[in-house]
Write a protein that binds this ligand. Structure first.
Ligand code: T4K
Length: 373
């Protein structure tokens, strides 16, 4: 028997269904010649996702970034929006694309999500919304955020790019706020190669968003808004239908890896796994650890050392969004305003996790971490 090749190891690898299962879907597309513009697979996937995720309405998109931009447009958000600096840059970029000023608020040390206790102080007469992120799929403090939003009449748009399938005891985490945005990018737990979606609470909002993602057309000759082309193609939608069939098994495998890491990393000085979050159903999308200065190599030393073994961990999210040149000048981007995020970004390391990751590799990663000097 040939030895299975286990390197290089990346932070993630996309899960894919068996290729032969895709062929009947492709045959259908070739037969009908319906390639895009909200065809049958697109409609079928929207329906299937509503049922699977336990949400009322969903609008598929070409990717999450366009979906975030469109979500803000759909709710006519303007002025200032409170958000987290500890995220992928697309979160804040979606605000700039709408001419909105981001206002960064620090994060909680345990969840690394926006700290609700610090939101109120950042509200000004120009504030119109809050855009929190369920970072790594860990739910934000949705009740605290909603209560602030209600008090100040603000909208809440969740960047839920990491939160596919996450459920609390009250059901899907995607049902909180005014809108939630998902990513189906290749690096996400549920992928359609590229893709994304907006989860919305009512049919009227869905219709409005569907118009916006199709240039603003409502019929052949009428354009009612300055929309964009954000549509998901039939190929991506067909792939999504197939991925959904395998999704539960992908998550079960991720859970085993998550638990193995927790066990093997438990007693290593200077290494802290983020708290196991408490939702009823987790998605194990990332495996973040915090590497404190008393770890012999420090965070960057560990990152480099793993690389020499062809293990490509990633520093999600370093640098903070607030450190990029287009945000650096904002008052709220000042490091003194964001002490918890600053420390987290300097200590964070996301270890490889994906369904096909061999347990032998997980063991060797932990061994490298444990024996570093
Ligand atoms: N909001 C949040 C909170 C997000 O995290 C993201 C995306 C968004 C919004 C925007 O969603 P989309 O518009 O993308 O739908 C990656 C992803 O490109 C990005 O989607 C993701 N967040 C972010 C956290 O990570 P990179 O630059 O780290 O990706 P890359 O290409 O270095 O990939 C990481 C590893 O994954 C590679 O080393 C190997 C593996 N990989 C990657 C791709 C693309 C594969 O094996 N196959 C692949 O096709 O940003």
């Amino acid at each position: 028997m040939t030895k299975k090749k286990t390197s290089p190891v990346y932070v993630t690898r996309p899960s894919l269904p068996p290729l032969e299962e895709l062929l009947p879907y492709l045959e259908k597309i070739w037969d009908t010649r319906v390639l895009t513009n909200c065809g049958p697979f697109h409609q079928e996937l929207e329906q299937a996702l509503c049922e699977y995720l336990g949400v009322k309405h969903i609008c598929l998109f070409a990717n999450a970034t366009i979906a975030l931009v469109t979500a803000l447009k759909a709710l006519r958000i303007e002025g200032e929006v409170i958000t987290t600096p500890y995220s992928f840059v697309a979160t804040a970029h979606s605000l700039l694309w709408n001419g909105i000023a981001p206002v960064f608020v620090d994060i909680e040390p345990e969840t690394l999500n926006i700290d609700p206790a610090k939101i109120e102080a950042a509200i000004t007469p120009k504030t119109t919304a809050i855009m929190p992120v369920h970072c790594y799929g860990t739910p934000c403090d949705v009740d605290a955020i909603q209560s602030i939003a209600d008090n100040y009449n603000l909208k809440v748009i969740y960047d839920a790019a990491h939160a596919f399938g996450v459920k609390s005891q009250h059901g899907s985490i995607l049902n909180y706020g005014d809108l939630s945005v998902l990513s189906f990018h290749a690096t996400k737990v549920f992928n359609t190669f590229e893709g994304g979606a907006i989860v919305c609470p009512d049919a009227k909002t869905k219709k409005h968003i569907d118009n916006l993602k199709n240039f603003g057309f409502v019929n052949e000759t009428t354009v009612v808004a300055s929309g964009i082309n954000g549509k998901m193609s039939e190929f991506n939608a067909a792939l999504g239908l197939l991925q959904l069939k395998h999704f539960d098994s992908f998550i079960a495998k991720r859970k085993i890896i998550d638990q193995a890491y927790r066990k093997m990393l438990a007693d290593i000085k200077g290494i802290r796994c983020l708290l196991e979050s408490v939702p009823l159903e987790n998605n194990y999308s990332y495996f973040p650890i915090l590497v404190s200065p008393d770890y012999p190599l420090g965070r960057d030393g560990l990152y480099d050392m793993l690389k020499t073994h062809e293990i490509h961990a990633r520093r999600y999210f370093y640098p903070l969004i607030s450190e990029f040149s287009m945000y650096r000048g904002l008052v709220s981007a000042d490091q003194y305003n964001l002490p918890v995020a600053d420390v987290a970004s300097k200590q964070i390391l996301c270890l490889p996790i994906y369904p096909e990751l061999d347990m032998v590799v997980v063991e060797s990663i932990c061994q490298h971490i444990a024996t570093a000097k």
